[in-house]
Design a protein around this ligand. Sequence first.
Ligand SMILES: C[S@@+](CC[C@H](N)C(=O)[O-])C[C@H]1O[C@@H](n2cnc3c(N)ncnc32)[C@H](O)[C@@H]1O
Length: 412
Amino acid sequence: MEPSYFPRTENDSLSFRGKQLLSGRHKIHPYPAMLHPLLVDYLLEKYINKPRSTILDPFCGSGVTLLQGVLRKHDVIGFDINPIAMLISKVKTSTYDKVTLYDELEDIKDAVSNSQDVDIPSIRNIDTWYDPKVVLDLGRIRHVLKSKDYRHKSFFLACLAYVCRHQSYTRNGEFKRYRMPESKRNNSKNEVIPLFLNHSEIMCEVFTQNKLPSTSIHLHRADVDANLEFDLEVDMILTSPPYGDSGTTVAYEQYTSFGFEWTNDLTPEFEAEPNYYKKSLGNKKNSGNGVSNVEVLSETIKRIEELDSKRASVVTDFFDGYYRALRNVCKYLKPNGIVCFIVGNRLVKNQTIPLDQITASFLTSQGMTFESIFVRNICNKVMPSRNSPSNLKGVQSSTMTSEYIVVCRNTT
Ligand SMILES: C[S@@+](CC[C@H](N)C(=O)[O-])C[C@H]1O[C@@H](n2cnc3c(N)ncnc32)[C@H](O)[C@@H]1O
């Protein structure tokens, strides 16, 4: 057991056993390490008692916090560096005109069925990742979406992004790009058009079932570890940051790269340069001088350094950026505002990185007052079940089975 400086409280009722992770609008596009909507609901109910509060998720990913916030009639702000994350977040939190959405679906159905015109973006090694017929059909859908000014275009682009990944040669259930050998491609039949139309139709139904409350929604594709110059005041920061150097954890960029390649130029508000992910936490080289005075972190780094100094410097780089990101977002918290960081304690070189403790230390170093750390079991989170923390081929260990919810308050 690693030393625990900030007390943890087990809360089994937060495990939501048997409760679906993907439901309602969240089904439009899965995303790695999504928050459980019921956990977000619980935290919003517990800590926010004022109607129309402002909730910020600075690593919003697929927008679980944002949608649950809107459903509770709060104003929401989301940042993320990943353009597909922003597209999904926008689509989930938008309001749809039922008649227009269905008319557009019909129009797209007709156009895709009756035209053979294609628009295929320039994708490196395209034949390595897709069957040639899949490429043509993705190109047909893209051509249709590009050729008209659909009011709800983003909705259909999110459906297309989902299909691109699904119909590629990557292995389902794998977050990193992994090309299945030919013998294993039993689901490589070209189903692009039926899958796209079917998914769009089901989602049209889900998205038009209920009207979202009208609240204010701000989404920015932003690097939170850079200078953020927004003029904001928020009541709550509720987020789940990356858990470590992304080379060995969940590969957000690789997971979304298929959709990115086919839709990036069609989503001008979130359009990103192809190597945008190099700026994500864990991928940037940092100076490593911001966090050495946090005891729990320096002890952790020391343990890893004794085993592998290169790996220790990658971990240090991650925490340097993480610290800056926390500092950047904490400045937006109103007095008495609440901050909840949902994290996992991963292994590096078989050493536990107590991210909950480090996060609590970072937050308290920003003047926040520690409130609690809840521990919950993550039986239904979309995470890889095994990883190789030592990076030795074939040596695997179970990844996290618990999630830690670090709660602090701005008492300054
Ligand atoms: C754990 S995921 C968030 C998942 C999200 N809570 C959800 O429910 O879908 C962490 C997110 O941090 C984002 N990220 C990594 N580095 C970032 C940076 N420097 N600035 C902004 N976002 C970043 C990743 O793109 C990823 O979407």
